[in-house]
Design a protein around this ligand. Structure first.
Ligand code: 5GP
Length: 203
């Protein structure tokens, strides 16, 4: 398969939709895509590693980055700050790979307004009940934070019409195939080919 250089894939999902698993599977299958690790003021969960899952920073450091315009986008989500580093995205695109961003709908909206490219994918669960069950089973959040996240989920899913693709994660392997299909299809688009010689030898 032939990949053109650098596309921006933006994935959003309410908490509990299975987005992290799906993104990891996509990243595991294609080495043509790099994950942009975000900055956050949220405290790390027990299974999270600094610089791999997030750059965990305090509010002063985060606000310093805002002041220096170091974020491509940033937003307050569930009471914490999250932001995409401009430099991280440029580093990945500079290697000729695609970039995968996992950001909330407010961040996605900022990018849509700012950039004239990007593929926007929304992942959700088949029901609010599923989101709640998955959040409870994950055991990463307190009861209070789970409530905030579920309330926010109701608001976030109102924005699905702003996205190019919607994946309903009712079964993880099916959803994985769908996400991979989107990735592959985006690379088969005719308008990404500049000349016929890019794709075939012509005599
Ligand atoms: P979590 O705390 O569960 O890791 O992430 C909470 C929410 O923050 C998710 O919706 C996730 O997509 C979003 N998020 C993570 N990184 C960023 C970022 O860099 N920018 C924005 N706007 N949202 C982010």
């Amino acid at each position: 398969m032939r990949f053109n250089k650098g596309k921006l894939f933006v994935v959003s999902a309410p908490s509990g939709a299975g987005k992290t698993t799906l993104c990891n599977r996509l990243l595991g299958r294609f080495d043509t895509i790099g994950y942009s690790v975000s900055y956050t003021t949220r405290k790390p969960r027990h299974d999270e590693t600094d610089t791999e899952d997030y750059y965990f920073v305090d509010e002063t450091a985060f606000k310093g980055m805002i002041d220096r315009d170091e974020f491509l986008e940033w937003a307050q989500v569930h009471g914490n700050y999250y932001g995409t580093s401009r430099i991280r995205v440029e580093e990945i695109l500079g290697t000729g790979r695609d970039v995968l961003l996992d950001i909330d709908p407010k961040g996605a909206r900022q990018l849509r307004e700012k950039l004239d490219y990007g593929i926007y994918i929304f992942i959700t669960a088949p029901s609010m009940k599923d989101l709640r069950t998955r959040l409870v089973n994950r055991r990463t959040e307190s009861e209070e934070i789970m409530k905030v996240r579920l309330d926010n989920a109701r608001e976030e899913i109102r924005h699905i019409h702003e996205y190019d693709y919607i994946i309903v994660n009712s079964e993880i392997n099916k959803a994985t195939n769908e996400l991979e299909a989107v990735y592959i299809a985006e690379h088969l688009k005719a308008d990404t080919i500049e000349t016929i010689e890019d794709i075939m030898e012509v005599d």
